[in-house]
Design a protein around this ligand. Structure first.
Ligand code: HEC
Ligand code: HEC
Length: 213
């Protein structure tokens, strides 16, 4: 064996496999479950102040992940942050106790923290679940990821909303309330809604659309 050949430690595929829980070979890579992470975040009220892609009252979680990228003890730090209720500094300068997760199950908390930290480098959302919901809801009749059909290409929707506060909430409304959509030929009709009442699956679909490039 040539000792100059080092194991590929920064292999992005390893990170992807890790986040998507396809292969669980690496010792420090626990199975990451996206939907349960999103569920815990919503149940704990985190989404009042945070979103995955957009800054709200708190920082966008993908920016938190960038900030901690490569930091060895990021995991412990964020675990402490979301379980101990220390002071958080808000944009207007006031401080208040940062909310904690509504569970005492350490495994669920670790899963949420791991998901947040995996956001920019790996699967930010459960892609398979998002695509399945889009298909079930007949969205693909009028939309594709990359090309315009009757509706806009979803990657163009992502570009349009890039960096805008509250995009997730707006799109959530858009795909659940059936408000009027304007078509190219000028006619208007109710925009179809998703065929699911599961908020986490719908949020997952919305986050997937917003993550497209
Ligand atoms: C009332 C608004 C609010 C709620 C609710 C909230 N946060 Fe935060 N969060 C903030 C603010 C503001 C910051 C940035 C200031 C700070 O970290 O001191 C922050 C920072 C963070 C950070 C980054 C910490 C760091 O070290 O950079 C994480 C991760 C986080 N929150 C996770 C969560 C989770 C998980 C929940 C749900 C249990 C949650 N937040 C609920 C306002 C909130
Ligand atoms: C009958 C055709 C049609 C179907 C089916 C359809 N859409 Fe649309 N969609 C449109 C049109 C047209 C627009 C642009 C006009 C508008 O938003 O007023 C649009 C816009 C959008 C936007 C961008 C909204 C914005 O604020 O820019 C999103 C996201 C979206 N659709 C998601 C979905 C999802 C998810 C489904 C499946 C539940 C779906 N669409 C099904 C026609 C359709």
């Amino acid at each position: 064996m040539n000792s100059a050949i080092k194991p590929e430690r920064a292999n992005p595929w390893a990170a992807l496999a890790c986040a998507a829980s396809i292969v669980l070979a690496a010792a420090d890579c626990a199975a990451l479950e996206v939907i349960p992470a999103q569920t815990l975040a919503r149940q704990s009220g985190c989404l009042e102040c945070h979103s995955v892609y957009q800054k709200k009252v708190g920082p966008a979680w993908k920016d938190v992940a960038s900030k901690y990228h490569g930091e060895a003890d990021a995991n412990q730090k964020l675990y402490a942050h979301v379980t101990t209720g220390r002071n958080a500094k808000f944009d207007d300068g006031h401080e208040e106790i940062h909310p904690v997760v509504k569970t005492s199950d350490a495994k669920r908390v670790h899963n949420l923290v791991d998901w947040i930290l995996a956001l920019p480098v790996a699967a930010p959302v459960d892609v398979a679940s998002a695509e399945k919901l889009a298909k079930q809801s007949n969205c693909l009749k009028c939309h594709t990821v990359g090309a315009k059909k009757a509706g806009p290409a979803w990657k163009d929707v992502a570009t349009k909303y890039l960096g805008s506060v509250g995009a997730e909430d707006m799109l959530y409304q858009h795909v659940t309330t059936g408000r009027k959509a304007k078509f190219e030929d000028g006619h208007e009709e109710s925009h179809p809604v998703v065929k699911s009442g599961d908020r986490d699956r719908i949020n997952n679909l919305v986050n997937w659309i917003l993550s497209l490039k």
